[in-house]
Design a protein around this ligand. Structure first.
Ligand SMILES: [Zn+2]
Length: 122
């Protein structure tokens, strides 16, 4: 709900301290799919870079492919990674409300939904 709410650290009796909300709400596979998507786009950029040495004929196509894949993966992750209570799009919520350097870390460390304030971990 608020930053103070998130920072208060009153997670109290959470038994599984190692697992974050993404794991405990069964959404970890979405992260793995997203990582695969980003890895694929990185591969496109890498191949595009090396294709420059071989004449560069495919550079634009591969770069466009990588950008498209990364964009599509991000949009998909934003759409599917949600609060199980209010279905808030938590990736998007964090991207727009946190500094770009820390939103990913803050997202993984959430214990309450920033939209409805309910406990994300059980
Ligand atoms: Zn919520």
């Amino acid at each position: 709900m608020s930053a103070a709410n998130l920072l208060s650290g009153d997670s109290g009796t959470v038994s599984e301290e190692n697992s974050n909300w993404i794991v405990s709400t069964g959404q970890a596979w979405k992260l793995y799919v997203a990582i695969a998507g980003f890895a694929g786009s990185l591969l496109c950029f890498t191949v595009a870079f090396f294709s420059l040495g071989a004449g560069g004929g495919r550079f634009l196509g591969l770069t466009a492919c990588g950008i498209f894949l990364a964009g599509a993966t991000f949009v998909w992750l934003t759409a599917v990674l949600r609060c199980p209570h209010c279905l808030a799009k938590l990736v998007w919520t964090m991207v727009v409300s946190r500094p770009h350097t820390s939103w990913l870390i803050d997202l993984a460390a959430l214990d309450r939904c920033p939209a409805c304030g309910r406990q994300l971990t059980k």
